[in-house]
Design a protein around this ligand. Structure first.
Ligand code: AMP
Length: 503
C-alpha cells in the first residue's frame, strides 16, 4: 500500500488497521461498530461503486440521513477514487436537480423523496439509502465482497465537492483534494491535542465540512471512537456527554445545552474539550457556559473552501469573540481590496493561504480566478482584524451571508424567489439576532398593492426553498432604503429590525 500515500483513504485505512478491534462508532441503539467492521463495510461500498462504473474523478452525489452506512459510503467513495458530493437533506427536489446537473453526477444516493427525479436524469444511477441504513445500495453492499484495492491518488486528485450557497443565487462547488483533507486533519489533531483515549460526541450533520471532515477525520485518523448521534437533541447530548471527552458543535448546540437545567459541572466532568464553529459564538454564551460548567469553549474558524483556518489555542488564552491563530502550516492575513496586507488592528478582508485551500470552484474558472489570487491567497469574504501576535477576530461578512442554526443562507437566493411571487414588488432579505438560531432570516418586502402575510407566503416558499432558508418574519415597508448607487442599504434594515427576536 506504500506507493499510494496520496490517497487520504489509504491513511485512514492504516489508522483503522492499528485500531482494528476498537470501537469506531457507538450507535444510538447501543450497538458498537468496530474499526474493522467500518472499513470492511467501506470496502463493500467501494466494490458496489466500482460495479456501478464509478472511476477516479466521477461524482457520487449523496443526499441521505446520517447513519453508519452513510459513513461507510463516504469512505468507500474515497477508496475507489470517486468524488464525494454531500447535499443538505433539507434541499428540495428542484434544488437537488440543480446539483445533479451541475455536478454531472455518475451516481446519486438518496432517500425516496427525490427518486422521482430519476426520469429527468436517465444517465445517472439512482440508489437509495435510508436513516436505518437500508436501501438499494445497502442491499448490494451487503451481498458484495469487501474490496481491498485503493485507487492511486495524486496530489491534485479530488476527494470531494462541497456546495456553498452562491451570492448570485447559483451554488458553487468547492473542489477539495485528498491533500486538502489530509493536511487539515493533521493540523487539527496537533492543534487540539487529540488523545488516544478521546471519545468524540458526533451530533453534527455529515453533509457539511464541520461534521463530515473536521469532526470525523480527527477521530478516524487517530483510531478513536465516536458516539454517533443522528442529530443534535440537547437532552440526549447532555446525557451522552458523560461517556465522551470532546464535543464539536455550532453555537446553537451550546445555547440549547445552556437551556437544559441539568447542565452543570458534574454533568460534564469527563470532558476534555468543547469546540465551537461555523458561526459566531457570542461572548455571552461563552461566559454563561464557563460559569455553569467551568469550561471555556474553544472557538475556531473555517469554511467549505478551506476546512479550518484558525483556532483558539488548546493551551493558552481562549478569548471570546475571537477565532484565534492560524493553524500550523496555514497563513492568514488581513488585506485591502487589492490584496495588500493592512496594519495590525485594521479591518479588512481575511485571506488564507496553505495546504488546506481548495483548488477552485467546480466548472467556474472565472469565479475561481476572482477569489483565489495568483499567489495562492483565497479571499474568504469575511471581514476581520488581526493583532500583532496573529490573533484573528471576525467582524462581519463581506458576502452578506446569514448563518441560521449553523446553516448558511444567502439572501439573494431567497430574494429571487420572493420577487417572483404575486403581490411582491421587491424584497430584501437580512439576518437578525435570534436567541436560538444565532441569526434568523427576515424578509423586508415592498408590496405591489394589498397586505402580504407570512402564512400566505409560506405555501409558496415551502415548495421552493429548504426549510432553514424560509423567513421567520416578514415586514412590509413603503420602499427599501438605497444608497446613491442604487444598492439596498441592508445595514439600515438590520438596525431597524434588530430587536425582532431579542430585546
Ligand atoms: P461554510 O462554508 O458553510 O462552512 O461557512 C463558512 C462561513 O461561516 C465563514 O466564511 C464565516 O463567515 C462563517 N464562520 C465559520 N466559523 C465562524 C466563527 N467561528 N465565527 C464567525 N463566523 C464563522
Amino acid at each position: 500500500m506504500n506507493h499510494n500515500k496520496g490517497s487520504f483513504f489509504h491513511r485512514l485505512k492504516h489508522a483503522a488497521a492499528l485500531a482494528e478491534a476498537k470501537a469506531a462508532l457507538f450507535l444510538e441503539n447501543g450497538e458498537k461498530v468496530t474499526y474493522r467492521m467500518l472499513f470492511e463495510a467501506a470496502g463493500r461500498y467501494a466494490s458496489v461503486l466500482r460495479r456501478l462504473s464509478v472511476a477516479k474523478g466521477d461524482r457520487v452525489v449523496v443526499q441521505v440521513e446520517k447513519s453508519a452506512a452513510n459513513l461507510a459510503l463516504y469512505l468507500g467513495t474515497l477508496q475507489c477514487g470517486g468524488v464525494y458530493v454531500p447535499l443538505n437533506t433539507a434541499y428540495t427536489r428542484e434544488e437537488v436537480a440543480y446539483f445533479l446537473s451541475d455536478a454531472d453526477a455518475a451516481v446519486f444516493v438518496c432517500g425516496d423523496a427525490v427518486l422521482a427525479l430519476q426520469s429527468r436524469f436517465p444517465k445517472i444511477r439512482f440508489m437509495t439509502l435510508d436513516r436505518q441504513g437500508n436501501g438499494s445500495i445497502a442491499t448490494l453492499a451487503e451481498a458484495a465482497d469487501t474490496d481491498s484495492a485503493i485507487e492511486v491518488i495524486t496530489k491534485t486528485d479530488l476527494a470531494a465537492i462541497v456546495y456553498t450557497s452562491g451570492t448570485t443565487g447559483r451554488s458553487k462547488g468547492a473542489m477539495l483534494s485528498h491533500a486538502n483533507l489530509s493536511s487539515n486533519a493533521d493540523a487539527l489533531i496537533e492543534a487540539w491535542g487529540w488523545q488516544p483515549d478521546d471519545v468524540l460526541l458526533h451530533a453534527l450533520p455529515v453533509f457539511h465540512v464541520h461534521g463530515l471532515f473536521i469532526a470525523l477525520h480527527c477521530a478516524l485518523l487517530t483510531g478513536t471512537p465516536m458516539i454517533w448521534l443522528p442529530k443534535f437533541v440537547a437532552e440526549q447530548t447532555l446525557d451522552r456527554l458523560k461517556d465522551a471527552t470532546v464535543l464539536m458543535g455550532v453555537p446553537t448546540f451550546y445555547t440549547r445545552l445552556l437551556a437544559e437545567r441539568e447542565l452543570n459541572r458534574a454533568s460534564v466532568q469527563h470532558m476534555r474539550l468543547f469546540i465551537s464553529g461555523s458561526a459566531p459564538l457570542t461572548p455571552q454564551t461563552f461566559a454563561e457556559f464557563e460559569s455553569r460548567t467551568g469550561y471555556r469553549i474553544l472557538e475556531r474558524y473555517g469554511m467549505s473552501e478551506t476546512i479550518i483556518n484558525t483556532t483558539n489555542p488548546l493551551h493558552g488564552e481562549r478569548v471570546p469573540g475571537t477565532v484565534g491563530f492560524a493553524l500550523p502550516g496555514v497563513d492568514v492575513h488581513i488585506a485591502d481590496q487589492t490584496g495588500n496586507p493592512l496594519p495590525h488592528g485594521e479591518v479588512g478582508m481575511i485571506e488564507v493561504r496553505g495546504p488546506n485551500v481548495f483548488s477552485g470552484y467546480w466548472r467556474m474558472q472565472e469565479k475561481t480566478r476572482d477569489e483565489i489570487r495568483a499567489a495562492g491567497w483565497f479571499i474568504t469574504g469575511d471581514l476581520g482584524t488581526q493583532t500583532a501576535d496573529g490573533r484573528v477576530s471576525i467582524v462581519g461578512r463581506g458576502k452578506d451571508l446569514v448563518i441560521s442554526g449553523g446553516y448558511n443562507v444567502y439572501p439573494k437566493e431567497i430574494e429571487e424567489v420572493l420577487d417572483t411571487l404575486p403581490g411582491i414588488q421587491e424584497s430584501a432579505v437580512i439576518g437578525v439576532p435570534h436567541p436560538d438560531f444565532g441569526e434568523a432570516v427576515v424578509a423586508v418586502l415592498v408590496s405591489s398593492g394589498g397586505e402580504i402575510r407570512l402564512e400566505d407566503l409560506s405555501v409558496h416558499l415551502t415548495e421552493r426553498l429548504a426549510k432553514f432558508k424560509e423567513p421567520k418574519a416578514v415586514f412590509c415597508v413603503p420602499e427599501l432604503p438605497r444608497n446613491t448607487m442604487g444598492k439596498v442599504q441592508k445595514n439600515l434594515l438590520r438596525d431597524r429590525f434588530v430587536d425582532t427576536f431579542v430585546s
